[in-house]
Design a protein around this ligand. Structure first.
Ligand code: 13P
Length: 389
């Protein structure tokens, strides 16, 4: 299993002059093609799920499959919430297994963007999860013609970027230097001097959104100037769409499986092309030697209750309250199946990362539950944190 800390992936790429592909996925076909492309290239990859795509799939179900794929592949991978719209989105994404989150408050005025981003950073860092912020505005919509959504592209100011990173504490910055989301017509005009200045001032991994439509030379110039993560979606969706149209012509009334047959191949080919072009191919071994594995912690409490305490009510309230604390993946409550067991009850609270041991202990909802409900009702008990090994 090679789910790894996303900070380590991007810091390695930034230091060594390449970019990790962040391919957005909207179905199992995308997920399988992404993982296969990484394996074929012996490369790291970011499995990216964009909140703007949640109308196309059930995020919770997609995350279960994405996490299973991430834990099964030997390639170093991270799971990222792309374009998260709020603090709640980030909390939910981490609960479901994302180990990187983007907060996209780029449409807000600078000070409001700082406040919204800072709140996500405080929460996410308490969970060990790194955060990507965005400053400036990259217009367009993934999967559509960029001209349909002209928006107002706002270029990232190097001075503001420095203040933004200082005040928010983001780990990676998505910059606006002339790319747009979606299909582009004509030659994009990218401001490489601006990018170089941002890279010099910040020294943290930079992110490019709107990878579709850029030339090989563009990509090389971006990576030379500090871009360590490239978001890419529309070209993959178009490759799948082209295969579906071929199938429509040949399948002669076939159903769903006949129409989507073979769509992974052109997507995987495009992903492999990008992975090699961006310099990520062949990096897996070096990364695996250098990256923190992303492993959960089980916070286990075995306990007895005072006479008369309502065990079922206590456990139900605990599942509700503790399960909502950032970084908690699930709360298991149990009753011993042996009558004479030394401890009759247990909590097993699964944290996404060891950082949650501290943030959970100090979280006001945990303190209130422990002080007002649990400790007064509990008798003798044992509490131990176990890291998966
Ligand atoms: P494209 O769809 O233009 O490749 O952009 C993808 C993206 O930036 C996702 O965040």
């Amino acid at each position: 299993m090679a789910l790894v800390h996303m900070r380590d992936l991007l810091v390695h790429a930034h230091r060594n002059g390449y970019a990790v592909p962040a391919f957005d996925l909207v179905s199992l076909d995308f997920l399988e093609a992404i993982v296969r492309s990484a394996e074929a290239c012996q490369a790291p990859v970011i499995l990216s799920l964009a909140e703007s795509h949640f109308e196309y799939f059930d995020f919770e179900l997609a995350m279960a499959a994405t996490e299973a794929a991430a834990r099964r592949t030997p390639m170093p991978v991270a799971i990222h919430l792309d374009h998260g719209a709020s603090l709640d989105s980030a909390v939910k994404a981490i609960r479901l297994g994302c180990n990187g989150v983007m907060v996209d408050a780029s449409t807000l005025p600078f000070d409001e963007n700082v406040v919204a981003t800072r709140a996500v950073v405080e929460m996410a860092h308490g969970c060990g999860v790194p955060v990507e912020g965005e400053l400036g505005y990259v217009a367009g919509v993934e999967g559509e013609d960029a001209e349909k959504h002209p928006g107002e592209v706002i270029f990232t100011s190097p001075e503001e970027a420095e203040t933004y990173v200082d005040r928010t504490g983001v780990d990676f910055l998505a910059v606006s230097i002339g790319t747009v989301h979606g299909r582009m017509r004509g030659e994009p005009q990218l401001d490489f001097d601006r990018l170089a200045q941002i890279n010099e001032r910040l020294g943290i991994p930079l992110v490019i959104h709107g990878g579709t439509g850029l030339s090989d030379a563009h990509f090389r110039a971006l990576i030379e100037r500090g871009v360590a993560k490239i978001n890419y979606y529309t070209a993959l969706a178009d490759a799948a769409g082209a295969r579906i149209r071929e199938n429509v012509a040949t399948a002669q009334g076939g159903g769903y499986t006949a129409l989507v047959k073979g769509i992974q191949q052109p997507m995987q080919a495009e992903m492999e092309r990008c992975t090699r072009l961006w310099g990520a191919a062949g990096r897996a071994d070096a990364l695996l030697a250098d990256c923190e594995p992303w492993t959960p912690v089980d916070h286990l409490i075995v306990y007895n209750l005072q006479q008369g305490a309502d065990a079922a009510a206590l456990m139900a309230e605990g599942r509700r309250v503790l399960g909502a604390i950032p970084g908690v993946r699930e709360v298991f409550t149990g009753t011993s199946i042996q009558d004479g067991a030394s401890y009759r009850y247990c909590w097993n609270v699964r944290f996404c990362h060891p950082a949650v041991v501290d943030s959970y202990r100090e979280h006001p909802d945990h303190l209130a539950f422990a002080d007002r409900l649990f400790r007064p009702a509990a008798g003798d008990r044992l509490s131990i944190d176990f890291r998966a090994s």
